[in-house]
Ligand binder design. Structure first.
Ligand code: ARE
Ligand code: CA
Length: 478
């Protein structure tokens, strides 16, 4: 379950947080496919509890496995998957297997299902009291049994040791595979036993060949196990056959680009001495839907779209560096950390509106449409598996490196100018910096960088430049 099933020459997934299925399908066709994105993570598709004022987190309160949420119904879901697969963009679904909603108010779901949560009765699955662990509050993360069997955030905790429960989950996941999805984010995996999850994964179907997957392809699985160290449950308990979301990644890079650490420290980035999972086992991001708003883990280290200069540098570093399976976050704008996505007076989610320049409005941030980000998605595709070479640092907050002879990137996170001849690894010629602009119709809309016969180029990044990074690669040569 460690192969993301990406199409050749695609390497980056984007989380279109709270997007509607129809909008995702449009986005695959008009933007993600052409720009080289590999996959979309969609918000939970399983029916959720309707909570007043529609906070984003209602989608983590499951009512049933019916595909019906504010993002759309089963028909729209299937259409989206088909349309995205057709343009080479895979769909990963965020699935909640750990728990069901526990809210007491008359529990009504987005698909019209009801539940009697005080009795743990969910007739639309159906689950009843016997399918859950006994109620206890999860308080002590040093006690592994409590982490697995007590209630996370007082959400009723399903018992995945039971055949009946497993089979309901397997059926749900297999129905998504039938629709053509390529994998799953396992929400709250830390709160389920890895051996139970293994059994569930083992019963999943192969991906369906009809939508472009080679025979015998297994679903990609990335498990949410927040492990910043010091707890009883560890990420290393989960990476035997599937991948894990590496939360140290965004915290450390957040600190680095906030200036709490120095960029020069990143010379060994990705090595086990950082305490990171092996690269092939790790899904990585700068921020996610939780920690961009103070939920989950990472706290004040986490960078988000709200500090764009540093954020773009951190995302560029993630995409320039070979470590991990990269995920780009795509947000809606918020001030209230509970607020859900932009919606109309009927509480229908609004569609993003695309400006002529390609950016989004109508309440959506669309980081994935920021040129500095999507041009680095292309960079990652171009440099592919080339190793890091020519690491350079001023021994402070300026660093640069090549990806073999395919790409070169430099960062200035300090207060002094970077103006220096650096080895790029690239062949001689004139290149277009894909951060300040891009190659468009044979012309460069940003800075040009000349690489001489010795592969050297004069690299200049001033402290007050709009972006603290420059990047060139073999497919942006003039
Ligand atoms: C909401 C309310 C709660 C209320 C609950 C039930 O906020 O007050 O008790 O509803 O009525 C999301 C939101 C929650 C929300 C929940 C359900 O973040 O606020 O609760 O949806 O609507 C731990 C878990 C990790 C989890 C984080 C949030 O280990 O799995 O907490 N992350 C996932 C998702 C979330 C989602 C859920 C799980 C639940 O990504 O979006 O919650 O489905 C340390 C530990 C971590 C711990 C972290 C925070 O770092 O190492 O393990 O993460 O602290 O406690
Ligand atoms: Ca559990």
């Amino acid at each position: 379950y460690k192969n993301p099933n990406y199409e050749e020459n695609r390497r980056t997934m984007v989380h279109l947080f709270e997007w509607k299925f129809a909008d995702i399908a449009d986005e695959c066709e008009r933007f993600l496919g052409p720009m080289g994105y590999a996959a979309v993570q969609v918000s939970p598709v399983q029916e959720n509890l309707i909570i007043s004022k529609r906070p984003w987190y209602e989608r983590y309160q499951t009512m049933s496995y019916k595909i019906e949420t504010r993002s759309g119904n089963e028909r729209l879901f299937k259409q989206m998957v088909r349309r995205c697969n057709k343009v080479g963009v895979r769909i990963f679904v965020d699935v909640i297997l750990n728990h069901m909603t526990s809210n007491k108010i008359p529990a009504i779901g987005t698909g019209g299902s009801t539940a009697l949560t005080t009795d743990k009765e969910y007739p639309a699955v159906p689950y009843s009291k016997v399918h859950f662990h006994k109620t206890c509050a999860l308080k002590d993360y040093s006690n592994a049994t409590e982490v697995r069997e007590c209630e996370l955030l007082s959400l009723h905790d399903l018992d995945q040791r039971q055949e009946y429960v497993r089979q309901k989950m397997v059926n749900f996941l297999n129905s998504l595979i039938d629709a053509g999805v390529a994998g799953f984010r396992i929400d709250a995996a830390k709160h389920m036993y890895p051996e139970d999850l293994e059994i569930i994964y083992g019963r999943l179907k192969d991906l369906i060949p009809g939508q472009g997957f080679p025979k015998k392809s297994r679903p990609f699985v990335y498990q949410e196990v927040i492990d910043l160290g010091g707890e009883s449950v560890k990420k290393s308990d989960y990476n035997k056959t599937a991948t894990v979301v590496e939360f140290l990644f965004g915290r450390i890079l957040g600190d680095a680009f906030r200036g709490i650490r120095q960029l020069r420290e990143l010379e060994t980035w990705g090595d086990s001495l950082w305490g990171l999972l092996p690269s092939r086992d790790a899904v990585v991001m700068i921020d996610n839907h939780d920690n961009q708003r103070g939920h989950g883990a990472g706290g004040s280290s986490i960078l988000t779209y709200k500090t764009p200069k540093q954020y773009k540098m951190a995302v560029a570093f993630m995409l320039a560096h070979p470590y991990g399976f990269a995920r780009v976050m795509s947000s809606f704008d918020f001030n209230d950390t509970n607020a859900g996505p932009p919606n109309d007076s009927q509480e229908n989610i609004l569609s993003p509106i695309i400006n002529t320049g390609g950016t989004c409005t109508n309440g959506w941030v669309c980081e994935h449409r920021w040129p500095q980000i999507y041009n680095m998605v292309a960079f990652r595709n171009v440099v592919a598996d080339a190793a890091i070479t020519n690491w350079w640092t001023n021994d402070d907050d300026q660093v640069a490196f090549s990806r073999g002879n395919k790409g070169f990137v430099a960062f200035n996170n300090g207060n002094t100018a970077l103006r220096r001849w650096l080895t790029t690894g690239l062949s001689a010629g004139r290149y277009c910096d894909v951060i300040s602009g891009m190659l468009s119709g044979g012309r460069c809309t940003g800075k040009t960088i000349d690489v001489n016969e010795n592969s050297l180029a004069l690299i200049e990044i001033l402290p007050n430049d709009l972006d603290g990074v420059v990047a060139i690669h073999g497919k942006a040569k003039l």
